[in-house]
Ligand binder design. Structure first.
Ligand SMILES: NC(=O)c1ccc[n+]([C@@H]2O[C@H](COP(=O)([O-])OP(=O)(O)OC[C@H]3O[C@@H](n4cnc5c(N)ncnc54)[C@H](OP(=O)(O)O)[C@@H]3O)[C@@H](O)[C@H]2O)c1
Length: 324
């Protein structure tokens, strides 16, 4: 009888329920979930503040990590440790806010050695996306040791991106709306902290070039202003929309400075690219995990923490133990 967090399109929106194994989806791999997590997209799904859930009732949770109980697919066997992120799980298909879930084998990646399932969810979609952004910037020729900017820096993607870019030797500037977290961002490796307001003023289509690379979690006017501040042939990984979906920019950064705007998606990224990213994540030193701020909660606290995340009041990562 797995315990799940069920979301319905009615009040109350979220309820913890015990369901029968026969109510789990009819899919190839049954996973006993050890950890899930809370991403911005999960917060939108749980609160109903974004049109994320495609089908009700829904077990949300776009990520989970756990141990295979049984599998009718040859690629996985009982006892294997696995990770799932994206593929529409927690949006179209039942997801990780459950003690047990049944999923397609195509959606899983093996948990890479020596990573634990807890560490996998300390990263989750946020850590995977930060690594995919780093790979995008590297492939677009980011010069070693250059000046890079991370927006939404205290968030899940942002704080992992700060740590990863700093670990790789870049001079990381962090943009945040939470200046009180400046010391923590410096402990993660940021060389300078910038207040969000600095990037929200009206600017000209081209400003003085400052950044060789950017990981942007915010979008909107902030992204437009950053494009105007890019160095010649600078590159920007566009990840998020916490500041809005519009992009009020001009063609000037692209045609006069050769700037590249690199779309970065973690949901449908092909399995080979995921495996490469997870191998790189598994090679990160332990101290990056110990420096990450993690709030660990149970299913009963998900609604409250999701509201706080939508209000911009969380930082670091939120880990979910579905057995709590
Ligand atoms: N493309 C993909 O595959 C992918 C994958 C993961 C996430 N995302 C997107 O990336 C973004 C970050 O996700 P996350 O899970 O890291 O979320 P998160 O942990 O909630 O972090 C978001 C951060 O954005 C900043 N922020 C919040 N509201 C803002 C506002 N109104 N204006 C400017 N900045 C604001 C805050 O950082 P500060 O207070 O430090 O400024 C906040 O901590 C979301 O938009 C998410 O949907 C996309």
């Amino acid at each position: 009888m797995p315990r799940v967090l069920m979301v319905r399109d009615q009040q109350p929106r979220c309820q913890i329920e015990d369901i029968g194994d026969d109510q789990l989806p009819d899919r190839a791999v049954t996973v006993d979930i050890e950890y899930s997590d809370l991403n911005y997209k999960d917060a939108m799904a749980v609160t109903g503040k974004g049109k994320i859930v495609r089908d009700y009732p829904m077990v949300p949770g776009i990520d989970f990590a756990g141990t295979v109980r049984e599998s009718s697919d040859d690629r996985y066997a009982s006892g294997d440790q696995v990770i799932l992120t994206g593929w529409g799980v927690g949006e179209r298909y039942w997801g990780g806010y459950a003690e047990t879930m049944r999923v397609d084998a195509d959606w899983l990646v093996p948990c890479p050695d020596p990573m634990s399932t807890r560490e996998a969810m300390q990263l989750g979609t946020a850590g995977l996306t930060a690594m995919l952004s780093v790979i995008r910037l590297e492939q677009a020729g980011l010069p070693a040791g250059s000046q890079v900017l991370v927006t939404g820096a205290t968030g899940g993607v942002g704080s992992w991106a700060v740590q990863m870019l700093s670990h790789l030797g870049y001079a990381v500037h962090a943009v945040t709306g939470k200046p009180d977290q400046g010391q923590w961002l410096k402990a993660l490796g940021a060389v300078e902290i910038h207040e969000r307001a600095e990037f929200e003023a009206d600017t000209r289509p081209l400003e003085k070039g400052r950044w060789a690379g950017v990981v942007d979690n915010v979008g909107g006017k902030m992204l437009a202003n950053i494009l105007a501040q890019m160095d010649y042939q600078g590159r920007v990984a566009a990840v998020g929309l916490t500041g809005g979906v519009e992009l009020p920019t001009t063609v000037m950064p692209f045609i006069l400075r050769g700037v590249s705007l690199l779309g970065t998606d973690s949901v449908m990224i092909p399995i080979q690219q995921r495996r490469v990213a997870w191998q790189r994540l598994a090679a990160l030193p332990n101290d990056l995990f110990s420096k990450m701020h993690v709030d660990e909660i149970g299913l009963g606290q998900v609604s409250e923490v999701a509201e706080a995340m939508m209000a911009g009041k969380t930082y670091g990562r939120v880990l979910i133990d579905p057995h709590k």
